[in-house]
Design a protein around this ligand. Structure first.
Ligand code: CTP
Ligand code: MG
Length: 226
């Protein structure tokens, strides 16, 4: 069985809205709910663990209680960093969970194909992450603004979520990070530092993370003209 942890406990600072960005609506449906619905449509998914900020737990609980067609869900309380929020979510995993996915609540447009591809690659290989080929040239720049290197674009990928792992590997990676005080920028980096292999699954550019106000309009346009 597959469990999905949804970090939703951020502040949405770059959005600059009065409330947490994942509670804002896109074409009439809250972003968080769209993300949960996308995974609820996948048969293998058996549990949704939503990680909410302490003062938003009651609101999120009401939102989910009123929603239709969601897989069994529960709410965990978030931490000060995304990684700590996810660590709190781990405590709620069902005993029957074999594969853990992590998905940013702020990525409501994830496709069913991407979800299914990450699940099957995680089962087969242990760790798999959704990603797209970098569209732009990326440079390594020093503190003084001087360009230091131009890595070959053919090998650069932009990483998204979902990121999927065999449960044992995922828990071991999170425990080691906590023990070492390591804070990574994504879940896979915690697994990589164990020396374990992680594989990319090619996703699509529509699986965007809603971050700034223009992303809301972009997402509405993508929904209207898929
Ligand atoms: N997140 C979380 N707990 C945190 C920080 C972030 O659960 N302490 C979640 C966010 O709610 C979001 C996802 O992690 O769904 C990705 O983070 P990001 O896009 O950075 O969202 P925010 O941190 O909310 O936004 P910002 O960085 O602009 O404040
Ligand atoms: Mg953030």
């Amino acid at each position: 069985m597959v469990s999905v942890i949804f970090p939703a406990a951020g502040a949405g600072r770059r959005m600059g809205a009065r409330q947490n960005k994942v509670l804002l609506e896109i074409s009439g449906v809250p972003i968080l709910l769209r993300s949960l619905q996308a995974f609820s449509a996948v048969p293998e998914v058996g549990q949704l663990v939503v990680v909410a900020a302490k003062d938003e737990v009651a609101f999120v609980e009401r939102l989910l209680a009123g929603a239709k067609a969601l897989k069994p869900w529960c709410i965990a309380v978030g931490g000060s960093e995304r990684q700590y929020s996810i660590a709190n979510g781990i405590e709620h995993l069902f005993a029957a969970c074999e594969i853990v996915l992590v998905h940013d609540a702020a990525r409501p447009l994830v496709s069913r194909e991407t979800i299914e591809a990450v699940i099957s690659a995680a089962r087969e290989k242990g760790a798999a992450i959704a990603a797209v080929r970098a569209k732009n040239t990326i440079k390594v720049v020093g503190e003084d603004g001087r360009v230091e290197a131009t890595p070959s674009r053919t090998r650069l990928w932009e990483v998204q979520t979902p990121q999927g792992f065999r449960r044992e590997l995922f828990v071991r990676a999170y425990e080691k990070a906590a023990k070492d005080g390591f804070l990574g920028t994504d879940d896979a980096s915690l697994v990589e530092r164990l020396g374990e292999e992680v594989f990319v699954v090619e996703s699509d550019y529509g699986n965007m993370k809603i971050t700034t106000p223009e992303d809301l309009r972009l997402a509405e346009a993508l929904l209207a003209h898929p």
